[in-house]
Design a protein around this ligand. Sequence first.
Ligand SMILES: *Cc1c(COP(=O)(O)O)cnc(C)c1O
Length: 372
Amino acid sequence: MKVPFLDLPARHRKLRNELREAFDEVLESGEFAGGSFVDRFEQEFAEFCGVSHAVGVASGTDALWLGLMAAGVGPGDEVITVPMTFVATVEAILRTGATPKFVDVLDSDCTMDPDALASAIGPRTAAIVPVHLFGRLAQMSEILQIAERHGLPVIEDAAQAHGAEDSGRRAGGFHFAAGFSFYPGKNLGALGDAGAVTTRDAESAERIRRIRNHGQRRKYEHAEVGWNCRMDGIQAAVLSRKLRHLERDNQRRRVIAGWYETCLSDLPDLRLVTQPCGSAHVHHLQVIRVPERERLLAGMKEQGIECGIHYPVPVHLQEAYAFLGVPAGSFPVAEQCAREVMSLPMYPELSRAQTEAVGEALRGVLLEPVSH
Ligand SMILES: *Cc1c(COP(=O)(O)O)cnc(C)c1O
């Protein structure tokens, strides 16, 4: 059985009528850049996250940058984050003029190690950016305690965690602000690029709205130097429709993660990174750790099952970030994760039969004797 890594056409086939309705509304209104569709989606998304403000922007990368800007982060500051993430987390920090300071992750779920965070805080630390990696919330209660003790703002990278919740709080609503991505493959995906910043601070929301639109207060009245990173009306209208399905989709992802757990839990040399853990996980990706990743990837490909790697190289070891001068071996847990992680197909449209086919294929390749 062939199983694609992601099946966006299948997802949009189900939603075709709703999406056409959204297109028609936007075409009739002419509100293409910002406008009432964006306003409406912002309200709906803020409500979904249980936070007072959401501001629609052009991408998740912009959202993180603006969240940091609103927290007052700038040149001379240090921002603590993890190297086991997508590079955008670090790009956003650098874009403010601040310096990223990495701390290692936990072996159990590859999110920020709170002890490492506590010992990395110094006089120049201006903010903390934990990443809710693969759809699982970072260790927020410990991270928030440390942040509060030092009076530091936390900006969540929630690009993979729309709807993940713990003790009545949802991703995006834990502290000062959060950046969300609506890149097509995310749990809530647009039909192109889009993102949102959530924040509990009204003044910051206003400032972010200004910066995303050329720093404009009123037409041709520019209060500060801004940028153009507005959300498209068409993306907002699409996202409003898709948001209605998000909770059910996340629930379905949890069911699929449960099937995977049943198929895979007794396999030697295989660890589930994205283990079901109730509502704190929205299973953006299904990630396992295996020592013999290359052989496994090749074996799965042979059987028509597409897998991925998130992420093969931690950010501090990427060529572009060599200038930070962080040598290999600095973050042994993250570096080991990057060598062993492998992502299996995971999306709400995946059937039980497909999930089991992935599990069986994996079992076959793992247990087959290695030929020399
Ligand atoms: C997708 C992603 C981003 C960036 O979002 P874009 O919308 O692609 O700019 C940032 N951080 C993480 C962890 C992501 O997965």
